[in-house]
Design a protein around this ligand. Sequence first.
Ligand code: ASP
Length: 311
Amino acid sequence: MNPPAWSLVVHGGCGQLTPDTLPGPESQCRAGLSAALGAGKAVLLAGGSAVDAVAAAVSVLEDHPLFNAGRGAVFTAEGRTELDAAIMDGATRLAGAVAGVIRTRNPVQLARAVMRHSPHVLLARDGADVFALEQGLEQVEPGWFRVEGRWQALQAMKAAAARGEDVFDADLKYGTVGAVARDAQGHLAAATSTGGLTGKRWGRIGDSPLIGAGTIADDRSLAASCTGSGEAFIRAGAGHEMGALVRLAGLSAADAAARALVDVQALGGTGGIIFIGRDGVPGWAFSTPGMFRGRATACDEDEVAIWGDEG
Ligand code: ASP
């Protein structure tokens, strides 16, 4: 069967999602995912590249206050927002990533600038924000990222810690955003952006900006963006592992993602993955009760889902 002329998948994180634990009204969560699909689709329908499509989709989710990336990011233990993002072009395997940025409105656009306009792959902290300024990317005050619900989540976590509870990564709610696309030329791309985990230590970096961990795109295998327990995804080398399973072991992208989640689980982690295989087949997999996700292709109706038994 011929693959769809183009395809796009987005996610807004996963976890112990119930109607009571959503970060906002369900309709607004779904609308955010639809808006991200719309932005990415506009690029693909116009014949644009998969790279530009994933950057457009992720930028929408970064600006959306209900998702844990850009505006609406979670707080570190010190009450700051430190943002990580990555993007990868499957055609060339060029990649760009940033970690711990605090002033750049759209970290995914900064990651794309690192990929296109620097000889490097990963820039961190002040050096990344200064590069953003040089590249003419919008800078904002840290308060721009602040959303009250995220602040309250940090206060609740601190109160639980004061009671002696083990709180790091304990609520199993991940809000990282990501997108994968296959364009009309058949090229793949992936992007991921996150505020990381509530109460993370100053300077902690998760899997999202690490190429081969939370983000991977390679025309020879698949494009994938991960969300979940970042430390486990790093230790599993999830992105690289999926690529190798498709390219060298002949697995489908869906089977590779399922295997990666089993490995992450063996390391004590949980999470979700969106993917598009080199055959153009888009999909998702998750080991949590729910995942914010959406999918669009040239052939089918758009699909947006949150709960485990949808879609
Ligand atoms: N994987 C992200 C991190 O560890 C968190 C998430 O997916 O929400 O930074």
